[in-house]
Design a protein around this ligand. Structure first.
Ligand code: A3P
Length: 309
């Protein structure tokens, strides 16, 4: 495996005080450990027909999607007062394919827990997923908010202040496609094109739509992944309870998410809950920056039928 990395394009992020090095493997940038995890998954992961894949580019709403899907599939066992989400960061409840393949294999053997998350681009998904009929849910988000969210997450992860991590430089790198799992446009387009070919298999959910109308989108999500709400459940308020349980206001105020740490590594759970707002980019972007990224996205997405601002 080590040999692969010697031959790959490499980039050290200056705006993060050189504390992060990314490698470009098969057109996508990521840290070595994630590429290794992706390659291992490609070599050995066997999807089960009941698996549901929650796919995303980082900072587009992964934590929210995982929480909602977890609450949906586990609602027969737990309600809003007993949910493991109240005492665990959701990333400890729903494993990432490129990080926790053992946990997923254990779930396959020991339980019928169907959820698997990944930041892998569509083109790098293991063949056993591509060839399956498993459901895939892809969450995406306004590019400018992704950039701001990404900026804060990364700089806090390496413990840099805003003064020491210039936003403008982070922005320029993102525009060149350089960031973990980037380029963003290629990540979205991989899933988008696949969803046009097999719409019954891939659901596209937009962060901003979830914000605007969480209940309808939660119903859509539940139905799509094969866990639809019954009329009785709807009447009993189960959908609204899941929406409230997984709301930013609720999750971000839980002790575990305010002061806990990841079990592996040293990341603080609070980094996954910053503002949870639509449009925070307006506090960071100059007119020139807005124009530049809008133009890039328009060009990259032109003719694809996907509109994203
Ligand atoms: P901000 O940095 O804009 O606040 P990811 O989960 O893909 O890493 O994305 C993190 C982003 O989703 C952060 O955005 C975070 O605050 C937001 N987020 C986390 N949980 C959320 C929730 N329950 N509802 C809405 N947004 C949420």
């Amino acid at each position: 495996m080590e040999d692969i990395f010697k031959r790959l394009p490499e980039h050290t992020c200056g705006w993060l005080a050189n504390k992060l090095t990314l490698y470009k493997y098969q057109d996508f940038w990521a840290v070595k450990q994630l590429h290794e995890g992706g390659i291992l998954a490609q070599q050995s992961f066997k999807a089960e027909p009941s698996d549901v894949f929650l796919c995303s580019f980082p900072k587009t709403g992964t934590t929210w999607l995982k929480s909602l899907a977890f609450a949906i599939v586990s609602r027969a066992k737990f309600d809003e007062s007993s949910s493991p989400l109240l005492t665990n960061l959701v990333h400890e409840c729903v494993p990432f394919l490129e990080r926790e393949i053992d946990k997923i294999e254990e779930n396959h053997k020991k339980s019928n827990f169907p959820l698997v998350a990944t930041h892998l681009p569509y083109s790098l998904l293991p063949e056993s997923i591509l060839a399956s009929d498993c459901k895939i849910v892809y969450i995406y988000r306004n590019t400018k908010d992704v950039i701001v969210s990404f900026y804060h997450f990364m700089r806090e992860a390496v413990k840099l202040s805003m003064e020491d991590a210039p936003f403008q430089e982070a922005f320029e790198e993102f525009c060149e496609g350089i960031c973990s799992s980037g380029p963003y446009w290629d990540h979205i387009l991989g899933y988008w094109k696949a969803s046009l070919e097999r719409p019954e298999r891939i659901l596209f959910l937009k962060y901003e739509d979830l914000k605007r109308d969480p209940a309808s989108n939660v119903k859509r999500l539940a139905e799509f992944i094969g866990y639809p709400f019954s009329a009785d459940e709807e009447k009993a308020g189960v959908v609204d309870n899941i929406v409230s349980l997984c709301s930013f206001e609720n999750l971000s105020n839980l002790e575990v998410n305010k002061s806990g740490k990841r079990k592996a590594g040293s990341l603080e759970n609070r980094l996954y809950f910053r503002k949870g707002k639509d449009g925070d980019w307006k506090n960071y972007f100059t007119d020139e920056m807005k124009e530049k990224i809008d133009k890039i996205m328009d060009e990259k997405l032109s003719g694809t039928g996907l509109v994203l601002n």
